[in-house]
Design a protein around this ligand. Sequence first.
Ligand SMILES: C[S@@+](CC[C@H](N)C(=O)[O-])C[C@H]1O[C@@H](n2cnc3c(N)ncnc32)[C@H](O)[C@@H]1O
Length: 309
Amino acid sequence: MNTTEEVRTSKTKNEKSCCGPECCSDENTDTDVAVDEKSEAELKEIVKEQYSKVALASNESNESSCCGTTSSCCSTDSSVGYTIMADEYKDLKGYNPDADLGLGCGLPTQFARIKEGDTVVDLGSGAGNDCFVARAETGEKGRVIGIDMTPAMIDKAKVNAEKLGFSNVEFHLAEIENMPIENNTADVVVSNCVLNLVPNKTAAFAEVYRIMKPGGHFSISDIVLSGELPAKIRTAASMYAGCVSGAVKKEEYIDIIKNAGFVNIIIQKEKHITVPDDIYFDYLTKEEVTEFKKSGFGIFSITVYAEKA
Ligand SMILES: C[S@@+](CC[C@H](N)C(=O)[O-])C[C@H]1O[C@@H](n2cnc3c(N)ncnc32)[C@H](O)[C@@H]1O
């Protein structure tokens, strides 16, 4: 483990905010059926619905961002937003504000060792944020492929690529567990805050292994947990779509990567995510929150590197 960094959690007016509990919705996504009773297909529908709202809200309210200065779409309170997981992208080469919906939980490209001419695949590419940063490193000779299962995200990413005039950045509507990509294609795979949302992580990493060239590698930022979530949080749909309750423990995450066949697995960065109490109060009483916080539970963003031998 190289770095542990406490993340500042802020709750400020009109601040951009998305990936996190209660992400980007004025509606309560929780239904009467608990998340652990839903099928994989139903969980994916919840995710698609939520991220579709994010993409469409960003188009309608502010051409450049989901929760820009004209609107605070990513909160249950119209005047307040949360910044919980997202890292700062602005200083990265290739950064495109139109593609940055504040949905990430790390900077996977920072550790991705992308070289000129590389083929890079971004899993759960959203509006294309990491694809455009990767494109700055691959240059014109490279190829960048974004995969996302939410049609509104793919549409937005394609508009962004067209505006930038990139002919070697492509976006495909597909599921990570079944990508329309030939075996041994990618030099590098990146992903930002996505695999926690995939119910079958084993299938996802097997597919990453399949599309990667021998000698290729990935850099993936994602959410992992330590300790146990209270049932009321674990089973809430909004906590699933908000990148919390679909996450697994760090050891389990690393084991899935190992079992997929990857080697030289390194956690390049780890940071603790602090969730404001008032989010927990939507699910738990004050007393339950106090107990829960004493239990040693933690939410972490990790950026993992691994190679295909
Ligand atoms: C938290 S957002 C992150 C978006 C982007 N990586 C970013 O940082 O801006 C998660 C994205 O992953 C996509 N996604 C979730 N599960 C997926 C799956 N199984 N296959 C393809 N895309 C998926 C969602 O549609 C959504 O756009």
